[in-house]
Design a protein around this ligand. Sequence first.
Ligand SMILES: Cc1cc2nc3c(=O)[nH]c(=O)nc-3n(C[C@H](O)[C@H](O)[C@H](O)COP(=O)(O)O)c2cc1C
Length: 400
Amino acid sequence: MLKDINVLLGVTGGIAAYKACDIVSGLKRINANVDVIMTKSATELVSPNTFQALSRNAVIIDIFDTPRYWNIEHISLAQKSHVLLVAPATANIIGKVANGIADDMLSTTIMASTAKVVFAPAMNTKMYENKIVQQNIEKLISLGYQFIEPASGRLACGDIGIGKLADINEIIRFIVNIVKSDGDLKGKKILVTAGPTREAIDPVRFISNYSTGKMGYSIAKAASTRGAEVILISGPTALHAPPGVKLIKINTALEMYDAVMDNFKEQNIIIKSAAVSDYRLKVISEHKIKKDEGNLNLSLVRNPDILYELGKIKEDRMLIGFAAESDNVVKNAKDKILGKNLDFIVANDITEEGAGFGTDTNIVTIVDMDGNIERIEKTSKIDIAHRILDKAKQMLEVRS
Ligand SMILES: Cc1cc2nc3c(=O)[nH]c(=O)nc-3n(C[C@H](O)[C@H](O)[C@H](O)COP(=O)(O)O)c2cc1C
């Protein structure tokens, strides 16, 4: 599947280094060529011979080793790779790259590479949550480096928390997505909405929902890394806009409506993953509402149904909706496609564990206008984002 693709795997000195052996095997199984650079610390944990045997390539460790070819090895490796994956990535390598340090073969090769660089960090929870590590990660993300978030669970040190190397299959899927979709959405304009809306009750209170925006931000990120020009219209979230994406921040459903209507005309694809409030207060109190002995009744009025309004004027633009359902997922999705003139809908059953608001994973069923149904079992939101974009691309190709 990845024939003629060169993956450069950097293995650093984390306890999860042994798991990188499975990454090499997985990538070889799908026909990628894998070169491995190990840091000196990594060689203390796993023998280079293991990686040599699995990758069927010589493992590179020391920058001053006699080169295998006439050329300068870190430059030639950097140039030949399509993707550079660092897994596991220690706090140390993340810190070095974030601060421009190139003092060994791996950090020097990363510095010399113009390929996509992906880090899969793995470390003790306290290390991972350390502000310095987090700032380094944020800096690298803002510069276009990609990260596969570690998982939570019992760590080698006995602590329980975030820091485990992400699932090997997830890492391999991430790399496959990057390689197979490199630039395939170039020239496409995509509008994504994400997050919740807030409907003010008074100056200090609002009505909202549990949406964190993770799904929409993942779509924006995936679309942007595939070369699309992306506008992300987002309600309040704790997330950072992916690099290269134009972010428009809104608070209320009416602001979301205006922002979407101002921008939809130029788009090829519109993906509405935001959890927009159906209702807003009829009257927003100018002053903080004081508590009283009795009950408080709030009068709510309907917000515009943005998806429905877009469906009426979309012409040949592709319109994709999201649905968070707790029952009759497929039937409700089919009704929505018809009622709102959608091309397809991504429905998630929010009662399933690992799906819906706030999680890093999702389980979705894609239902399209022709009645095709595709269920995507529990996987990362970034993987689901790629699958949604694959489907949109495929439907656009059939039409053109
Ligand atoms: C047994 C052992 C396990 C370690 N595991 C980790 C780890 O999981 N993550 C991490 O960031 N550092 C870990 N360290 C610390 C790193 O090995 C250390 O920071 C080293 O300098 C990393 O070098 P490198 O980034 O060049 O591989 C571990 C150290 C030892 C001795």
